[in-house]
Write a new protein. Structure first.
Length: 456
């Protein structure tokens, strides 16, 4: 308590010193100087100055005068300060049903100027309202320059707005009906084994409002169906509410200056799972050592191995196998080599039943035999043309591999073709190619065939 009492005493003593310093002492000096001046001029006013209450009355009058001057800010004892309030929202007054206004800033900055205590109070009141009043403005082609206004909560402060004015364009609002589609978003959060079988929106059309220019820029209106919803975990039918609607331009950019009525809708979504079993297709890169060939390939200790792929039915329908690639460059000196491979998902596949496989490759001595190919197909010939092989009834091909493998290969197993992409009518000698899907075999075709291309 003694410490508190001492603190209070020091506080009032400090106030006394301030009053004595800035009011009493200066006034007393002023009166003393006036008295000395009059005495030097031999003006007899001692009887007035010597009266006991004179100094009190004069000091009181002068103190009141000084107080009034300070209160009216003719005299400033406290310097003005400035403080910035950033990101103050702009309130716009206009006929929202009839007009569209472009060029309105979302926020502005306010610079408050005044005494620190007044600025502090203004900030605490929190009534910093910036208004753009367009209630008396009408639509026109040219822009308006309109000044912003600030509703002061404290009259004793000044303010500046940044920006202080805006340039806005006011256009007539029109409305049209647009058909709507949907987009699936956040598909990565949907279980990999699930697919969207069907989507049914609660309505097929909406009303869009905006300026004529904005309406003409609309390329599509879509409902954004969020597949990250925690409810979408199993096969079934679900109803999703409050689906956001968005308008896009021809570049796929969102149009913010469009009003959509209603702003949301409901969708019924059906989830299902589609899968099929396809074999792993082992492919090789690189060259074996000379005189060696692949004798066998085992996948997880099996001659053939299949995995289950999951995805949308139409996307996985044409997938007949899943490729995996191993590098055999420089191999063959040893009798075998094992590989651990990662199975990559083909395009359109959401999930695989397995992501890894073990592959064992054995090697043997390379042998070869020659076969005659009488059937050669053509690929990539432009429409409106036909091609015929002339002058050759068959083409020799050398088949290479270990003996046990090439013994089981005959001409009917070989798919030979000529690539006619870019060819025009005329006669050409074209290289024969072999479509090889068996990494245990290799083919050599040394001769070309003569082809005549004609218009149909």
């Amino acid at each position: 308590m003694k410490k508190i009492g001492k603190a209070i005493g020091r506080f009032f003593m400090a106030i006394y010193r301030v009053i004595d310093k800035i009011i009493v002492t200066p006034i007393s000096r002023l009166i003393f100087n006036i008295r000395e001046y009059l005495r030097s001029k031999n003006i007899k006013l001692d009887y007035i100055f010597n009266r006991p209450n004179f100094m009190i009355y004069v000091s009181l009058i002068l103190a009141v005068v000084v107080f009034l001057l300070i209160d009216s800010r003719v005299i400033t004892l406290v310097e003005s300060e400035a403080e910035v309030i950033t990101n103050v929202p702009v309130t716009v007054n206009y006929n929202e049903e009839a007009y569209v206004v472009e060029g309105i800033p979302e926020t502005v900055d306010i610079v408050l100027i005044g005494r620190k205590s007044d600025i502090y109070l203004a900030k605490q009141l929190g009534t910093n309202n910036v208004i753009l009043d367009l209630s008396d403005y009408e639509a026109r082609d040219s822009a308006y320059r309109v000044y912003l206004s600030y509703t002061k909560s404290i009259d004793s402060i000044d303010y500046k707005l940044d920006p202080s004015y805006v340039t806005v364009t006011i256009k007539d609002k029109i409305s049209v009906t647009k058909s709507i589609d949907y987009d699936l978003i956040n598909e990565q959060y949907l279980s990999e084994e699930l697919s969207v079988e069907s989507v049914e929106l609660s309505r097929s059309e909406v009303v869009v409002k905006g300026s004529e220019d904005a309406i003409n820029n609309i390329a599509s209106v879509k409902a954004l169906i969020d597949l990250s919803d925690d409810a979408l975990k199993e096969v079934g039918t679900y109803e999703i509410d409050n689906i956001k609607l968005v308008a896009y331009d021809s570049n796929g950019e969102v149009l913010d200056n469009i009003e959509i009525v209603p702003t949301t809708l409901t969708a019924t979504i059906t989830l299902d799972t589609y899968s099929k079993s396809v074999p792993l297709d082992v492919r090789t890169t690189g060259n074996l050592v000379t005189g060696k060939a692949i004798a066998s390939i085992l996948i997880n200790n099996r001659n053939s191995y299949s995995v289950t792929i999951y995805g949308d039915e139409e996307q996985i329908a044409d997938i007949l196998s899943v490729p995996v690639t191993i590098n055999v460059d420089g191999e063959g000196a040893n009798s075998s080599r094992s590989y651990n491979v990662t199975i990559s998902k083909p395009t359109g596949v959401r999930a695989l039943s397995e992501n890894n496989a073990s592959i064992m490759v054995t090697f043997g001595d390379e042998k070869q035999k020659e076969l005659e190919l009488s059937t050669i197909s053509s690929k990539n010939l432009s429409s409106g043309y036909s091609a015929n092989i002339i002058g050759t009834s068959s083409v020799p091909v050398i088949v290479k591999g270990v003996q046990s493998v090439i013994d089981n290969v005959d001409a009917s197993d070989i798919n030979a073709y000529i690539d006619l992409e870019g060819y025009t009518p005329g006669e050409y000698e074209v290289e024969v190619k072999i479509e090889n899907n068996d990494p245990r075999l290799s083919y050599v075709v040394s001769s070309k065939v003569k082809v005549r291309i004609t218009k149909e």
